[in-house]
Design a protein around this ligand. Structure first.
Ligand SMILES: NC(=O)c1ccc[n+]([C@@H]2O[C@H](COP(=O)([O-])OP(=O)(O)OC[C@H]3O[C@@H](n4cnc5c(N)ncnc54)[C@H](O)[C@@H]3O)[C@@H](O)[C@H]2O)c1
Length: 256
């Protein structure tokens, strides 16, 4: 399994899971274009990894803006001549029930999570078709399958991705391999934001959650990064259209 010398794009690549992917892929010797809407963190991460010998370029890209998505794809091709794989990881999370949401919230969560992936695929397809190959790995979530309380919009957006992954697999068979990654509880800034609503110190809360997970710990960004590296590599060449769980066994638990 190797990403050495491969041209890889990562979206949402400057925080949490995406940052873990950027660091891991750079260590594996990939030529990485990492992107997000976190300009400062992006440049700092790029400089940090370049100082360690990594081939990493940060490109600002808001996944709600089609022109910027097209620009991201074009920039990676300009820099590295081709694109071997894409780790589409950018995500928006907002908690609430259907009564609490307005159109702005819908547009943001669906805009980043669903429309963003839809448009990214649209701009990748011509590149992959021309090359005759390419892999798109989309970060969805166990939330696609579990009805988490007050998560209607987020869960619906992640479930939409599971369907999108199947359709892309069928429509672009032969030159684009699309796979999904469904993380469970991963220790990232997004998880910390979701813990804010609890009146319990975060360490205590995390310890309680970890005790319930069959492997007895929270996931770390590196857990997802290692799985993503495998799914993007040629060793995963027979995996297509599926969304793979990385949740420490949580979904094996009985519902009581
Ligand atoms: N942390 C978890 O427990 C968990 C579980 C399942 C799935 N996920 C998914 O994993 C992915 C990464 O989440 P994380 O936990 O690392 O969160 P995070 O908040 O640490 O990172 C999210 C990243 O997405 C980027 N982003 C947000 N809006 C964007 C936009 N409009 N355009 C471009 N980039 C944008 C942010 O800049 C950031 O880099 C998300 O898709 C999330 O839904 C996370």
């Amino acid at each position: 399994m190797s990403l050495k010398g491969k041209s890889i794009i990562i979206t949402g690549g400057t925080s949490g899971i995406g940052e873990g992917c950027t660091r891991h892929f750079a260590e594996l010797g990939a030529k990485v274009v990492t992107s997000s809407i976190q300009q400062e963190q992006g440049v700092a991460l790029q400089d940090d990894l370049r100082a360690a010998g990594g081939d990493v370029t940060f490109v600002y890209c808001d996944m709600t803006d089609e022109e910027q998505i097209a620009g991201l794809v074009q920039r990676a091709v300009e820099l590295h001549g081709r694109i071997d794989g894409v780790c589409s990881n950018a995500g928006a999370w907002i908690e609430g029930t259907v009564e609490e949401f307005d159109d702005r919230t819908w547009d943001l969560v669906m805009g980043v999570n669903v429309r963003g992936n839809f448009l990214l695929a649209k701009h990748l397809v011509p590149v992959f078709r021309e090359q005759g190959e390419g892999v798109l790995a989309i970060t969805t979530s166990t939330a696609a399958y579990v009805g988490f309380p007050a998560h209607a919009l987020y869960c619906a957006s992640k479930a939409a991705l599971v369907a999108l992954i199947r359709c892309l697999t069928k429509d672009h068979a032969g030159y684009m391999r699309t796979v999904g990654i469904c993380p469970g509880t991963i220790d990232t800034p997004m998880l910390a934001a979701s813990a804010e609503g609890f009146d319990q110190p975060i360490d205590e809360l995390y310890a309680e959650v970890a005790a319930k997970i069959p492997v007895k710990r929270l996931g770390q960004p590196e857990d997802v990064a290692k799985a993503a590296a495998f799914l993007l590599s040629d060793d995963a060449g027979f995996i297509a259209g599926s969304s793979i769980f990385l949740e420490g066994g949580t979904l094996a638990l009985p519902p009581w």
